[in-house]
Design a protein around this ligand. Structure first.
Ligand SMILES: Nc1nc2c(ncn2[C@@H]2O[C@H](COP(=O)(O)OP(=O)(O)OP(=O)(O)O)[C@@H](O)[C@H]2O)c(=O)[nH]1
Ligand SMILES: [Mg+2]
Length: 437
């Protein structure tokens, strides 16, 4: 499998372009536009591209051919050329024809926000399955825009030849890309079969909580601290792209597992949503959602909103959830946590490097899982040694007392696991569990 052939070659510096327009989602006010530009800078940094000057135009309505007015585009191009920037990055999705038109007017390379995100995903994916998913999204996105994007990969392809030759090559590339997409899709179908089986096996023997939230919120850091292991955490957007599983509490029965997931972001390219859903699939099956949010970010409310929107899109917003606000150490305003947590049912504020706070959160999660378990009182005769062994290795034992003919156990165990142990005949009286969330 060769993912590099259509990897973009990016210029080292970029000029950022945006819009303020009342009827344009996420760009309705100057504040929204500026915030989104800050995020675009971060995204470009993550890609190793230097974000240079930024420009935006206030518009009453969008120009369908070029988004910004052509006069403004010429002016921006002029300034970009003065600072030796050959690449314009637009902070929203552009259609293939918009890209072509803008390129013609400005004479510069053109990229949009979606390409930036897709490129980051492509570079950060680690498992074979995530790589394939994202590659399909990327190729699907590129296909209609190939002509405009072509110069981006000209270095690898040995430069564009004569005009006629270029067009032939372009057609050939389109065909190659279509074939690649078809081949990747076939591979995915095969991989999905294996994954479903693995998942079923896991589902039957563990309980899980998924860490979800905006990119850079501190999910991986939290996972590391809660499970005392090392998962890559970086001050980069989308450091994590594949779900990772770690045991939170190996001593409990069944083991409690935390899942680290890919971060969310606003204006996710439509072609990516599908691929993104697959990497989030593990969260779909989690018993508990731990929504992680960086409270030191002035945009935290917006991040929570985007998170809820994604959960809604995934149809899992009704799952049990807790909110964990992170980066407490970076918050200067003492009232902020009070305001943020005022109306939230179950929420925490932690600093990842404060062991006491992490311990408290860890305890809460463990207690949550335990509260979901049912109590059973069993009396098992000594002669059924196998049943005794099944209890000892699969259940949390709260109480034991030995009698003449057998042992009395009070155990705590999820209903579905109890069902697998064939101990029904030894039940004295099942007890109701108490709700925790
Ligand atoms: N000051 C401070 N920094 C933190 C805290 N938690 C995490 N960070 C930093 O925030 C940055 C992002 O952390 P990650 O754990 O990689 O964030 P993530 O949510 O996994 O990000 P993605 O994988 O990109 O979605 C890293 O530089 C962390 O060191 C905290 O409590 N306080
Ligand atoms: Mg991460």
């Amino acid at each position: 499998m060769n993912f590099d052939e259509y990897q973009l070659q990016l210029d080292e510096s970029a000029t950022l372009v945006s819009i303020v327009c009342e009827n344009f989602e996420s760009h309705r006010t100057e504040e929204q536009t500026l915030h989104s530009l800050v995020e675009l800078r971060e995204l470009l940094n993550t890609l190793g591209v230097e974000p240079g000057e930024q420009f935006y135009q206030n518009k009453k309505s969008l120009d369908p051919a070029t988004m910004l007015g052509s006069g403004k585009l010429e002016e921006i191009a002029e300034q970009a050329k003065n600072t030796n920037s050959k690449l314009l990055v637009f902070d929203f999705e552009l259609t293939a024809s918009q890209m072509r038109n803008i390129k013609k007017i400005t004479g510069l390379e053109v990229m949009d926000r979606c390409m930036v995100i897709l490129e980051i995903f492509a570079r950060h994916a680690r498992t074979k399955e995530a790589k394939i998913q994202i590659e399909i999204s990327r190729l699907n996105y590129m296909l209609p825009r190939l002509q405009t994007l072509w110069t981006h990969f000209s270095k690898q392809k040995g430069g564009i030849g004569l005009k006629g030759e270029g067009e032939q090559q372009l057609e050939l590339d389109r065909r190659i890309i279509r074939n690649k997409i078809a081949a990747y899709k076939r591979q995915l179908v095969e991989m999905e079969k294996t994954r479903t089986e693995q998942r079923k096996r896991r589902e039957n023997s563990v309980v899980t909580a998924a860490l979800v939230g905006y990119t850079n919120a501190g999910k991986s850091t939290l996972m590391n601290k809660l499970c005392k292991v090392n998962v890559l955490s970086e001050n980069k957007l989308f450091a994590t792209l594949d779900s990772t599983f770690r045991t939170l509490n190996p001593d409990s029965k069944p083991p409690m597992v935390l899942i680290d997931t890919v971060g969310f972001i606003q204006n996710l390219p439509s072609t990516l949503v599908e691929g993104f859903k697959t990497t989030l699939e593990s969260a779909l099956e989690a018993d508990l959602l731990i929504i992680v949010c960086d409270l030191s970010d002035p945009q935290y409310k917006n991040h929570l909103k985007v998170t809820q929107e994604v959960l809604e899109e995934l149809n899992i917003k009704d799952k049990d959830q807790i909110i964990v606000f992170t980066k407490k150490d970076k918050i200067a305003d003492p009232f902020l946590p009070k305001i943020a947590m005022r109306n939230l049912h179950a929420s925490f504020l932690v600093s990842s490097n404060n062991p006491d706070e992490i311990k408290e959160l860890r305890e809460f999660i463990i207690q949550y899982f335990l509260s979901k378990q049912d109590h059973f009182d069993l009396f098992i005769p000594y002669e059924d040694g196998e049943a005794q062994a099944r209890v000892l290795s699969n259940a949390n034992i709260l109480n034991t007392s030995h009698h003449e003919n057998g042992t009395f156990y009070r155990i705590r165990i999820p209903d579905f696991i109890f069902g697998q142990l064939s101990l029904n005949k030894y039940i004295l009286a099942p007890k109701e569990s108490t709700k925790y969330i």
